[in-house]
Write a protein that binds this ligand. Sequence first.
Ligand SMILES: [Zn+2]
Length: 266
Amino acid sequence: MKIRPSLLLGLVLATFTFTGCQVVPETGRKQLMLISPAEEARSGLAAFSDIKKSEKISTDAAANAQVQRVGKRIAESVGSRMANTQWEFVVFDSAQVNAFALPGGKVGVYTGLLKLVSSDDELAIVMGHEIAHVTSHHGGERTSQNLAVAGIGVLLAVGMNQQEVSPAKRNQILVAYGLGTTVGVLLPFSRTHESEADRIGLEFAAGAGYDPRAAATFWRKMSAKGGTKPPEFLSTHPSDETRIAALEALAPQYMGLYQTRKARYE
Ligand SMILES: [Zn+2]
């Protein structure tokens, strides 16, 4: 059957209108979504299992204890935003100053990052940021945008509740979550996604009893460090100073939450 371009466009738009839109609850921003949460989670779980086989897992007791301690509290803070999640926090032995979070609640932190953070508060800021990309489905959204550009949204939307995620689509989702090292490309998050993850990440960190003011101190340190290959969380920001100023302006809003929750953990 030959489909006229106008008809195809109509079908694509209809699909986006009726099945492809959702809202990020914390910010009210509408996003295009042609990937189901289940599909995102399946991709995340499979990728994490591959990464654990290919990368060296750290046996450093202090590093592991720190990441588990902070991760557990952040997971509690995220709460119903990721209900029924089997959280997993793994430390990878690598000089990379980086961390990542995948759909399905799988989080990796590199020892290179742990050397740079000077407190649990700073680590919580980074983990909160990465997890905020996941709760906001930023990877799924970027994949959806790519699919839409490719004009194949209709076909994929129809098949989106299938049990199996095609390898091509799975790769797209992973690239979209910044896992460039495993698939060979790094697709930076947009400025919109970065500032959204910064804000929601602060909320997760403060809700876990960690100091939201640590965001500015941490980014200032990262900014001074520079480096050749920026990690995910430094990849697309317009300028360090703009980001730090935004985080400093946001922090006071979360001080009350931070102090209440901190008392709970003491
Ligand atoms: Zn980010």
